[in-house]
Design a protein around this ligand. Structure first.
Ligand code: NAP
Length: 260
């Protein structure tokens, strides 16, 4: 019996990085995976890998900024798998690393639309299905920069702060429906969305990874599975008494030394 046996889990942005690791891990633990993303080739490959290893998964092209497509795809997911139990709002876009006074409205809006509005749209349209399933779990992927500032990526950090509070508000609104809503706050994780090192000026140009590793209290950045295990816990019934919480998985940054 897996830790999320028989749960139907939607994972946005599941084609690569953290989302892909969560697809693999939750599938191994018995979940049926509805992978939704705009990266069709990587998404279909991820689904094929899961199916080839005996898991149950399906891919849908779905842009989290397109409300009518979300409505249509969630309906198809419910029709295909007969219920929805968990939503992981993971799709994200880090945007331009520019100071606020150089950022255009278009650059700001793109990040806010994918990260914050996308979380809103997917939450809005999954709620009726979770109510029908007599409860469920929504897991919103924020960031360590939804909790603390840093001198870079202003739109990304603003969007991640918004996601943190959206999670708490929705946790309060839907507690009566047995729908739990929590945020996860990853530190620096080795994925295509990692971004530039906050201390890139001190980094050796040939080894930006070392610059990242040196910033971490544990001495190295995380990998996608470090976050996937947090997603697994919040998706499972092991966390049945956990809502409105912030799960920080960051190698120690939030607890102490930061960008000194
Ligand atoms: P990733 O590897 O870039 O994966 C993100 C996925 O989301 C990609 O497949 C991407 O497709 C997809 N996506 C982008 N825009 C989308 C849209 N409008 N609709 C649907 N899917 C979309 O990123 P990651 O590093 O795993 O990050 C996953 C989440 O963790 C993000 O919310 C990110 O902000 C958060 N996070 C990451 C880190 C880190 O260090 N990596 C730290 C803190 C928080 P394309 O490949 O086509 O763009």
């Amino acid at each position: 019996m897996g830790r999320v046996q028989n749960k139907v889990v939607i994972i946005t942005g599941g084609s690569t990085g953290i989302g892909q690791a969560a697809c693999h891990l939750l599938s191994k633990e018995g979940a049926t995976i509805a992978l939704v993303d705009i990266n069709d080739s990587a998404g279909k490959e991820t689904v094929k890998y899961i199916q080839d290893h005996g898991g149950n998964a399906e891919y849908w092209n779905m842009d989290v900024t397109d409300e009518s497509t979300i409505e249509k795809v969630f309906k198809e997911i419910e029709q295909k798998f007969s219920r929805i139990n968990v939503l992981v709002n993971n799709a994200g876009f880090i945007g331009s690393n520019k100071p606020t006074h150089e950022m255009s409205e278009t650059e700001w809006d793109k990040v806010m639309n994918i990260n914050a509005k996308g979380t809103f749209f997917c939450t809005k349209h999954v709620i009726p299905y979770l109510k029908k399933s007599d409860g469920g779990s929504i897991i919103n992927i924020s960031s360590i920069h939804g909790l603390i500032g840093s001198p870079d990526y202003p739109a990304n950090h603003a969007s991640k702060g918004a996601i943190r509070l959206m999670s708490k508000t929705d946790a309060m609104i839907y507690a009566k429906d047995k729908i739990r809503v929590n945020s996860i706050h990853p530190g620096y994780i080795n994925t295509p969305n990692l971004g530039e090192s906050p201390q890139k000026s001190n980094a050796s140009p040939t080894d930006p990874r070392t610059a990242f590793d040196n910033l971490q209290p544990l001495g190295h950045i995380g990998d996608a599975n470090d976050i996937a295990y947090g997603i697994l816990y919040l998706a499972s019934d092991e966390s049945k008494f956990v809502t409105a919480s912030e799960l920080v998985i960051d190698g120690g940054i939030y607890g102490g030394r930061v960008f000194d």
